[in-house]
Ligand binder design. Structure first.
Ligand SMILES: *Cc1c(COP(=O)(O)O)cnc(C)c1O
Length: 396
């Protein structure tokens, strides 16, 4: 028999769970895009987007997914033949670097594999070896969703400063903005890219490039910049139409407005980070206890290097696939698949705990995993769920 026939829960690392209020805000007739409520509302979105990233600088909005703003960031910063240093800690770091190479940017890749964060010593060596400062930019990912590693963004900035290196620091926060702590200005990030369908709890379709004046100066020299992806007009509040280089994504904006109300004005960004932290710790506690008497282990060994938004875990040979199927078909929860690059992919699954997620949802997923392991006879420490409950009890 199956117990999956209630309200299904998609617990993958994006698109994330969207609040009903966000969806309801989008369910309306088309607004006038030239005057009145819609352009007025867009102007209120810009400061709240900045608040989420802890920045006073600029944010350009695009009708695109995350891959679109990877390209937008690159073309505004670089020229053909420029060199960038790519810090790869999984599929997404590698993917952004590959895109740079296809644009004609020379890439030097530091590959840290699928189970580690950026090794700052190796970064320091690479910067020190660049004596004539040929590296124009460093590309990194705060949370690589494929491995669930969290990188030390401030550490990368400090390495650049210690080497007195002028390269721009570009950071992909598509999985982490609105989940993991991030302070664009304090951490010296020059360019940050993110999308709306993960921590920002809005349907896929809008993405953002944040940049400071140093990056904006680079744009004046970048020969890759094209009219549509140029970030210049997209930051000019006098031209509503230009914000989007054409028709605005009207309904996404209604949804995003509500999501930002919830994150910035109701819960508060620090509380949002904290909620994600506690829920992530509940997931880790369960995994660690299950692993005491079975093959279960989180992909990233050290807690302070784990994402608060997503967890990749190994459940033993073939068990990731079996458990995912059981969760979906027998229990009503869809978990994330491992992405390309993960070895023995059938051993793994990913748990999304990003966005509009609370205690009962995460405990429900963990209870399902524990029940599934029992049903499938996967050995595990029997009190994983209790360990997760204890985390939640103590945090509240
Ligand atoms: C989801 C994700 C992307 C890709 O975003 P799309 O909207 O699917 O194009 C890039 N980087 C990271 C870290 C992500 O999590």
């Amino acid at each position: 028999m199956t117990l999956a026939n209630g309200r299904h829960y998609l617990a993958i690392p994006g698109p994330s769970v969207m609040p009903d209020r966000v969806l309801q805000a989008m369910h309306r007739a088309a607004p006038n895009i030239y005057r009145g409520e819609m352009p007025d509302m867009v102007h209120t979105i810009v400061p709240d987007l900045k608040a989420v990233a802890k920045t006073k600088h600029h944010v350009a909005m695009y009708i695109s997914n995350g891959h679109g703003v990877w390209e937008a960031a690159l073309v505004n910063c670089f020229s053909r033949g420029d060199k960038v240093l790519v810090l790869s800690t999984g599929r997404f770091g590698t993917g952004w670097g590959d895109m740079a190479a296809r644009l004609g940017i020379e890439t030097q890749v530091l590959d840290f594999g699928y189970t580690s964060d950026v090794d700052l010593n190796r970064l320091e060596e690479a910067l020190a070896a660049d004596t004539d400062k040929q590296i124009k930019g460093v590309l990194m990912v705060q949370v690589d969703t494929s491995t669930s590693v969290k990188n030390n963004v401030l550490g990368v900035r400090e390495a650049l400063d210690a080497a007195d290196h002028p390269a721009l620091l570009l950071c992909d926060n598509i999985a982490s903005l609105g989940c993991d702590e991030f302070r664009m200005d304090d951490w010296g990030v020059d360019v940050m890219v993110t999308g709306c369908q993960k921590g920002l709890m809005t349907p896929p379709g809008m993405s953002f490039v944040y940049f400071n004046d140093r990056a904006n100066a680079a744009r004046d020299k970048a020969d890759l910049v094209t009219p549509y992806w140029d970030w210049q007009m997209r930051i000019d509040p006098d031209y509503f139409y230009e914000y989007f280089f054409g028709t605005a994504p009207t309904h996404h904006l209604y949804g995003l407005r509500v999501a930002l109300d919830m994150i910035v004005h109701e819960e508060g960004i620090e509380a949002v980070w904290n909620r994600h932290k506690v829920l992530a710790e509940a997931v880790w506690a369960a995994l660690e206890v299950w692993g005491q008497a079975g093959p279960v282990r989180p992909n990233i060994a050290e807690r302070d290097k784990r994402s608060h938004a997503v967890t990749l875990a190994n459940f033993g040979p073939g068990n990731g696939l079996k458990l995912r199927n059981w969760m979906e078909q027998s229990y009503g929860v869809t978990l994330g698949i491992p992405l390309e690059g993960v070895e023995s992919a059938d051993d793994f699954l990913r748990i999304g705990h990003m966005g509009h997620v609370n205690g009962q949802m995460v405990l429900g997923v963990l209870a399902g995993l524990q029940a599934g392991m029992t049903a499938l006879q996967i050995p595990h420490g029997p009190t994983g769920l209790e360990a997760a409950m204890k985390v939640i009890a103590e945090a509240t």
